[in-house]
Design a protein around this ligand. Structure first.
Ligand code: ATP
Ligand code: MG
Length: 138
């Protein structure tokens, strides 16, 4: 699984109609889409997904944001997927994101930052399995 990562196009980007543009950047960077769906997280599911941040001061805001509208969840494949995708999305805070990154182009703020990217191979597998059964991963 070291060649796979997991992403979500977050509610802010869905609302702005940025889904197509973000998917184009992902494809042009050489990632293959292995699984994809448009879905809407309940507050409970968003809380589970980001449970690692439970003790952080922004957790409540993060759960509210991630459950306020539809997201596109996807599993992506490429050599060195996790690290290369983190480079493609850019820094958590779009003010610090490099030119040419997805967050530089599409994110609004540190909270509403357009996309998620897994931070390790283990988490990529856990997060992909959170959204997709094995039969839905190609
Ligand atoms: P993600 O996990 O979504 O890819 P990340 O790995 O760049 O983002 P994390 O530290 O894992 O950043 O934070 C998870 C998410 O929590 C961020 O993407 C952002 O939406 C939100 N977040 C992080 N820090 C803050 C903050 N200081 N204030 C508000 N929201 C924040
Ligand atoms: Mg993270």
């Amino acid at each position: 699984m070291t060649n796979r990562t997991f992403t979500m196009i977050k509610p802010d980007a869905t609302e702005k109609g940025s889904t197509g543009g973000i998917l184009q950047m992902i494809n042009e960077a050489g990632f293959r889409i292995v699984a994809m769906k448009l879905t809407h997280l309940s507050a409970e599911k968003a809380g589970q997904f980001y449970a690692v941040h439970k003790e952080r001061p922004f957790y409540g805001e993060l759960v509210e944001f991630m459950s306020r509208g539809p997201i596109t969840a996807a599993i992506l494949e490429k050599d060195n997927a996790v690290e290369d995708f983190r480079k493609l999305i850019g820094a958590t805070n779009p003010a610090d994101a490099a030119e040419g990154t997805i967050r530089k182009k599409y994110a609004t703020s540190i909270g509403e930052n357009a996309v998620h990217g897994s931070d390790s191979d283990d988490n990529a597998a856990i997060e992909g399995d959170f959204f997709f059964s094995k039969l839905e991963q190609f």
